[in-house]
Design a protein around this ligand. Structure first.
Ligand code: OGA
Ligand code: NI
Length: 369
């Protein structure tokens, strides 16, 4: 992207902060946020009862597995995890070992960050080159229909990409709290990688090794979805699958917004108290030769409340080829995807923005014949 133009900070159009739009009190949203009718959400107007009876992504208690003694029979829980990965591509975990107090604290700090005056945040305005900092769009296509969110994106790993000066200076405790939080999530991710690896019939370290061992990447995106006067016309985040390895999402308690595609419908995620939402992303779909799928999801907004979520992305080392693991390729199950590095892969989403599952699907057409 060396042709990045300095005009509009490298973006194709001037950047508008969705939060400023929301706070200006407009009663209609600008055309650039209005989705074509087929892509609009149907906001749940059903009675609460119906909502309560809808399916939810599986809730899995990791307590016994992580903290139980060695004699625990882990078969049931391993099977639950396996089924969630295969059927949903999504699960929520409780008793995951990440401090609940820390989870509350970090959400509070990011809330404070987004409450700062726009000028304070503007200092961190991002560009499409690395996306680090304060942003309001994904993709650089001029005239694209945009999503109703602002975000802050930062690198935690590898060490040479981590730069505290690019993280918010205010609120005061944010930087050290992000360190603490990401540290705990890297640990949980390592554990989940082992569980996934075992469930795929591989040695417990196989997936992690394919990710580049200790040289993995990790980033955090704080998503802020301002309240929206016409939530039925737009989306907080358009349908997409996450490009990386695995995502761990911390939504603010009890706030509906995230929806997961299951067949032809969208299922609203109801997060259990203290839960972290885990989803399989494109690189694990590729490595597992589609035994595990990265599932499409989107975010709907509402007119009553701002919503905040923290998405932690656990990714492979970015310059090694990622391709189906040899152990999972057989004459009956030929490799479904051509090799590609994650650096190459993520350029697509960085240029085009969220586009359903079109990217991972396109790897199939790149297969050697
Ligand atoms: C993401 C994402 C969901 C949410 O950041 O990739 O899907 O609820 N976020 O914010
Ligand atoms: Ni996502």
């Amino acid at each position: 992207m060396s042709s990045l133009s300095p005009q509009h900070g490298g973006w194709p159009e001037p950047i508008v902060r969705v939060q400023s739009l929301s706070e200006s009190g407009v009663s209609t949203i600008p055309n650039q946020y209005i989705k074509p009718p087929s892509q609009r959400p149907s906001i749940a107007t059903e009675p609460q009862q119906v909502y309560d009876q809808e399916p939810n992504i599986p809730i899995i208690d990791l307590g016994d597995l992580l903290f139980g003694d060695d004699h625990i029979d882990s078969t049931i829980i391993m099977n639950q995890i396996s089924e969630a990965c295969r059927e949903w591509g999504f699960l929520q975990v409780v008793n995951h070992g990440v401090s609940l107090e820390l989870m509350g604290r970090i959400l509070q700090l990011w809330r404070q960050f987004f409450s700062l005056p726009i000028e304070e945040k503007q200092v961190y305005a991002n560009t499409p080159l690395t996306y680090e900092g304060y942003g309001s769009r994904l993709g650089v296509e001029k005239g694209a229909i945009l999503d109703w969110n602002d975000y802050f994106f930062l690198y935690y790993l590898p060490y040479f990409l981590k730069d505290h000066d690019k993280w918010p200076f205010l609120p005061t405790l944010l930087r050290e709290t992000v360190e603490e939080y990401c540290g705990q999530l890297v640990k949980l991710s390592g554990t989940l990688m082992k569980l996934f690896s075992i469930n795929l019939g591989l040695g417990e370290d196989r997936l992690q090794k394919a990710f580049g061992g200790d040289d993995i990447g990790a980033c955090l995106r704080a998503n802020f979805y301002p309240k929206c006067p016409q939530p039925d016309l737009t989306l907080g985040l358009s349908p997409h699958s996450d490009p990386g390895g695995m995502t761990i999402l911390l939504p603010e308690a009890h706030d509906a917004g995230l929806q997961v595609r299951q067949r032809d419908s969208w299922v609203t995620v109801k997060a259990a108290p203290g839960a972290l939402i885990i989803n399989i992303c494109d690189q694990i779909q590729v490595l597992s030769n589609a035994k595990y799928k990265s599932v499409e999801h989107r975010v709907v907004v509402n007119s009553a409340k701002n919503r905040l979520s923290l998405a932690f992305f656990y990714n492979p080392k970015s310059d090694i080829p990622i391709e189906p693991l040899k152990e999972l390729v057989t004459p009956d199950c030929p490799p479904l995807y051509a090799p590609m590095t994650f650096d190459q892969y993520r350029l697509y989403v960085r240029m085009k923005g969220p586009k359903g599952k079109s990217q991972v699907e396109s790897l199939k057409s790149l297969q050697r014949s």
